[in-house]
Each structure stands twice: as structure tokens, then as C-alpha cells.
Design a protein around this ligand. Structure first.
Ligand code: PLP
Length: 455
């Protein structure tokens, strides 16, 4: 190891605590320090090259070395590095970005509120929905419906919407009124002999029965990721989303589409709600909005939500919510340039064009001895590993085999992510056909190595 790597390792181990990391294991093995990016590749402090199979954290659409984003940030830094948007203040990039998002997102989503992260955005959604229902004189209508394995962030409120045990355990969550419904994963949760259509019907019945049992007057909103990402890349069963939308409309329940991963072409369509044929009242975007070069998320809402909030601010004299960096001009300038690049280079179209090859390669791995299910859509995919293909039993200890595969992949120069039993892929939208071939060649090698070890 170089002297620089050595000293960085030591300093990291001595002074940092990492998200989603076993701190004691980290003290033993130290960090993998990334120092440079180039297109879909990243390089560690030893100069080793990796193809980024997860686009960082599902987010770097344009690749890791886009000069136009750097220049957009520099230009904004020179002109106006910071201004806030409290008390009627505004800045040009935030105004233009709100306008651009209103134009890009589905009809009716005309307003944007900016936060720094997806978690803060979902926290804001909760507060906006509560604020709205108090204003409308229905203070009982506060509960959220979410799903098991959902991921909506990690702050105390958004983390409550998340439906993963690892985000609740020992954090005393959930703390807001939320009901987690069955995860819409047909392969795992479909009953013996049940068809996909019957599974969908069962989930929709569960949704409606829950609403009726808890009382429609107590339920404010349903939140979901069109395709669940951090819960293990779970695609919805046929007809699920239009069914959910219909039931929400019937009981006057707001529908929130969390498109933090799905948005901007990931699924081969611009937005997940467009892909699955529903129109939400609120949509949350982040990640590919700036390719994560700068922190930013946006909550898009329709006029029904906006007007209820706006009327209440008129009554109370203010909207008592917002962040120092809401609508940060540098983040918004980077987002505008990033969206311009997505359009000029047709990167959403590139994802749609590469999707058949990507999904074919993914499906080819369904027959691998370690793989129980291969699932995905567009440029996102997951391989759920099983110890027994018949019973779908997981390896012991839970998640250990997926972790092993990801370790071997990393050795082979591919970064991907293990989520419990699933190995997830979500490469930058700008990848090439050749990159897809490389990703799957390295992943297959990693799976083979893990299978050899298990034998
Ligand atoms: N919502 C979804 C669907 C996500 O995938 C994530 C993060 O992965 C979040 C919310 C939280 O975003 P952040 O990590 O920016 O707080």
C-alpha cells in the first residue's frame, strides 16, 4: 500500500464512523478509498480500476467525470455561491429548475419544493400532508401506508416509512403512524399455486381492507417506490399500481411516488409512474437529478396539495418549514445542466435501448446454481441468491452469500451492492453495450467463485 493510502486508512479508521458499515469490522479491514472517476469507471487509492455497477448509490447517470457539471458548479460558485429561499427570496437556478421539473414530470405536478436529500424530502412530504389535512379540518387523517422492504430514507420520520428491519432495529422506529403492507414481490410472497394476477388482487384486497378497518378518515397517504430499490430491486406484479391508484382515489388518500431511484430514465421510461401507468399527487426525485454531483432532492406536487398548503400559509402567515440550503443555487445549477445532458445525449433513451441486453444477461443468470430469482427492468436488476432453489431457503447467516459475491466482484473490478440476499446492479445511464458485457462477465465470474466456495 502507498504511503498516502496508508495514512488515509489509518486516519479513517481512527476518526470516522461510516453509514451502513459494521464499525468493528471496518476497524480491522479499513476503507476502500476512491480517488478518481472516469466515465463509468472509478479508481481506488492504489490505482485499481472498477466499473461502477451501481452508479455510486443508484445515482450517477452521466458518469463520474462530466466536465459540464463541474463547469456549471464553478460558474454558479462565481456568480452567487449561496442564497436561501426563505421569506420570498429566490435565485435563478432554483426558479429555472422548478419550472423545468414541472415541465418534465407528469401532468399536474406543477410545483417543486427543494431539500438536500431523499430522506429530508420524504420527511417534508409527511409534514406537508399533515399540514394539509390539519388545514382541511381533518386532523385525524394522518396515517401513512407503506410496504415491507420499502426504502424511503433514514431520518426519524422517513425512516419510519422505510420497511426494512435494519433501519428500525435499535433506532426505536417507526415513530409516526404507519402501516406496512405486504411487499409486492410475487416470487417471494406469492402463495402456493397463486397466479401473478391473483397475487395482485390479494394485495389490493389487503390495501382496501386495511383502509376500511383503520378508517379512511385516518389514512392520509400511500407512499411507494414504483420499483423498490434498496429493499432488493423488486418489480411490481402486473396491474398493481393502477389498482393502488384507484383505491387511493376512492378513499381520498394521497398517492406519493418515491422516484428517488426510479426517476429520470432508470426504468427505460422517464418516471416510474409513467412506466406503470398511474398519476401520483406527490412525486419525490433526487439522485439522478444531479447525478449526485451535488446534494439535492425535489418534491413535486399537484395543485390539490399545493392549494391546501398555500391557503394554510395565508391563514398562519407562513409555511414554518424549510432548510438553510433548500433550493441551493449550486445544486440547482448542476441539476439543470445534468438534465440538459440527459436530454441532449438522450441518456434516458440509451438506458431504454440497452435495457433488453441488460435484462437478457440478467435473466441468463437465473439458471446459475446460486440464483433463486433474477429480476429487473430498464437498467436496474437484482439477483436473489438461495441455498435451495426448490424451497427458496436463504443462505446462513442471512446475506452472507450475497456479500461474498459482491466481494469477489470487487476483486474482479466490478462494484455492485449486496442487499440482504440480493446482489443489485444499477449502472450509470451512459454505459455502453461493451460495458454491459463487462459487468456481466465479472459478475458471472464472482458468482462462479462463490459457488465453488459453497460446494
Ligand atoms: N427514497 C428512495 C426510494 C431511496 O432509494 C433513497 C435512498 O436510497 C431515499 C429515499 C433516501 O435518500 P437519501 O439517501 O438521499 O436520504
Amino acid at each position: 500500500m502507498s504511503t498516502l493510502s496508508n495514512s488515509l486508512h489509518a486516519a479513517d479508521v481512527a476518526h470516522s464512523i461510516h453509514p451502513y458499515t459494521n464499525a468493528r469490522l471496518h476497524e480491522e479491514q479499513g476503507p476502500l478509498i476512491m480517488t478518481r472517476g472516469d466515465g463509468a469507471r472509478v479508481y481506488d487509492s492504489e490505482g485499481k480500476e472498477y466499473i461502477e455497477g451501481l452508479a455510486g448509490l443508484w445515482s450517477v447517470a452521466v458518469g463520474f467525470s462530466e466536465p459540464r457539471l463541474r463547469e456549471a458548479a464553478m460558474k454558479q460558485m462565481e456568480e452567487l455561491p449561496y442564497y436561501h429561499s426563505f421569506a420570498h427570496k429566490a435565485n435563478e437556478p432554483a426558479i429555472r429548475l422548478a419550472e423545468k421539473l414541472a415541465e418534465m414530470t407528469p401532468d399536474g405536478l406543477n410545483r417543486a419544493f427543494f431539500t438536500n436529500s431523499g430522506s429530508e424530502a420524504n420527511d417534508t412530504v409527511i409534514k406537508m400532508v399533515w399540514f394539509m389535512n390539519n388545514a382541511l379540518g381533518r386532523p385525524e387523517k394522518k396515517k401513512f401506508l407503506s410496504r415491507t422492504k420499502a426504502y424511503h430514507g433514514i431520518t426519524v420520520a422517513s425512516g419510519s416509512l422505510t420497511g426494512l428491519p435494519g433501519n428500525h432495529r435499535d433506532f426505536d422506529l417507526p415513530i409516526i403512524p404507519v402501516t406496512h403492507l405486504t411487499c409486492p414481490h410475487f416470487w417471494r410472497n406469492g402463495a402456493e399455486g397463486e397466479t401473478e394476477a391473483e397475487f395482485t388482487a390479494r394485495l389490493l384486497t389487503e390495501l382496501e381492507e386495511t383502509i376500511v378497518a383503520e378508517g379512511p378518515d385516518t389514512i392520509a397517504a400511500f407512499i411507494g417506490e414504483p420499483v423498490m430499490g434498496a429493499g432488493g430491486v423488486i418489480t411490481p406484479p402486473q396491474g398493481y399500481w393502477p389498482g393502488v391508484a384507484e383505491i387511493c382515489a376512492k378513499y381520498d388518500i394521497l398517492l406519493v411516488s418515491d422516484e428517488v431511484i426510479n426517476g429520470f430514465g432508470r426504468l427505460g421510461a422517464r418516471f416510474g409512474c409513467e412506466k406503470y401507468g398511474f398519476v401520483p399527487d406527490i412525486m419525490v426525485v433526487s439522485k439522478q437529478l444531479t447525478s449526485s454531483y451535488m446534494p439535492l432532492a425535489a418534491i413535486m406536487m399537484n395543485d390539490k396539495v399545493y392549494n391546501a398548503i398555500a391557503d394554510n400559509t395565508a391563514k398562519l402567515g407562513t409555511f414554518g418549514h424549510g432548510y438553510t440550503t433548500s433550493g441551493h443555487p449550486v445544486s440547482c445549477a448542476v441539476a439543470l445542466e445534468n438534465l440538459a445532458i440527459l436530454e441532449e445525449r438522450d441518456l434516458m433513451g440509451n438506458a431504454a435501448r440497452l435495457a433488453p441486453l441488460f435484462q437478457e444477461k440478467l435473466q441468463a443468470l437465473a439458471s446459475h446454481p446460486l440464483v433463486g430469482e433474477a429480476r429487473g427492468v430498464g437498467l436496474i436488476g437484482g439477483l436473489e441468491l438461495v441455498a435451495d432453489k426448490e424451497t427458496k431457503a436463504a443462505f446462513e447467516p442471512a446475506g452472507s452469500m450475497a456479500a461474498r459475491v459482491v466481494k469477489h466482484a470487487q476483486e474482479a473490478g466490478l462494484i455492485c451492492r449486496n442487499i440482504y440476499e440480493t446482489v443489485a446492479l444499477c449502472p450509470p445511464l451512459m454505459i455502453t453495450e461493451e460495458d454491459v458485457e463487462i459487468i456481466f462477465a465479472r459478475l458471472t465470474q464472482a458468482l462462479d467463485q462463490a459457488a465453488d466456495w459453497a460446494r
